[in-house]
Design a protein around this ligand. Sequence first.
Ligand code: C2E
Ligand code: MG
Ligand code: MG
Ligand code: MG
Length: 285
Amino acid sequence: QIKARGKNGYLRYTPEMSRNHVERVDLDNELRVALEQEQFTLHYQPQVDIVEGRVTGVEALIRWEHPERGLLGPNTFIPLAEEGGLIFAISDWVLHESCRQLASWAQHGIHDIRLAINISPLEFKRADIVERILKPIQAYRLPPGNIEIEITENLLMDDAECVIAKVHELRKHGIHISIDDFGTRYSSLNYLRRFPINTVKIDQSFVRDLDSTGRSSPVISAIVGIARGFGLNVLAEGVETEYQLNALKAHGCQVMQGFYFSPPVPPAELLRYVQRRKATVPLLD
Ligand code: C2E
Ligand code: MG
Ligand code: MG
Ligand code: MG
């Protein structure tokens, strides 16, 4: 169950490695040292409203600046951090650091963007997750409506009773909730009635299909229709080409995220991107 993708020269961990006790202990130590020595860093990817032509949100995505192995992506260490339990300390760091960054952007005059933070099911199931999310928001005096927590469908399916109260509590505080990778898990649509969700994120696998078929996508049509019916916002992930942008627009999708606009970038670069977008006319007429 361990993801071992070698893309971008990311380190390959194998299931055998994680079963090996010695390696396991080494990795836990390495992750702990990485936290202490501030080797983790957040990159931010803009979410663009193509009609307004402006950045409406940014997603924080963690990276590990490994002293020997270079930049490691989250798929190479988040699953292992979850196994070893260090995920909780890492996610506290992510929450704190991304909120600090949003407050810092506000000082640069950027007040109107929402920060999206990924929270894995394991983290979300912790009893104190709501307090842990609220703490940095309050510490940096951020408007809770400018924070969005990204969760996945399987969380809502697995353990609905334990999770439902937490989702409601976050919403009561004004924090937004989005469903990441929408349509890729067990999509019993029943939970859409029970959970006060704000946004569904169309998974990039459906967006990728737009190029190969050259036709309208029934899945994307259905997702946009569901979102409309439930009064939810919809965002398309993984938009890489102008063709995909136009096809998504034709499907009624207005907010997009993907390499076509920008890959995830360090904070200073994100700020420049937001300012550049502010100065230009809408992407489409
Ligand atoms: P995700 O939340 O679905 O994030 C989207 C992933 O797609 C990111 O990969 C992003 O770099 C990539 N992406 C964005 N635009 C494009 C595009 O146009 N084309 C393609 N091919 N890919 C694109 P990344 O950064 O490697 O993150 C992978 C996953 O790791 C994330 O998926 C998220 O589930 C998890 N993750 C990232 N940061 C955190 C974190 O701070 N905490 C937790 N718990 N999970 C995280
Ligand atoms: Mg996400
Ligand atoms: Mg996603
Ligand atoms: Mg994901």
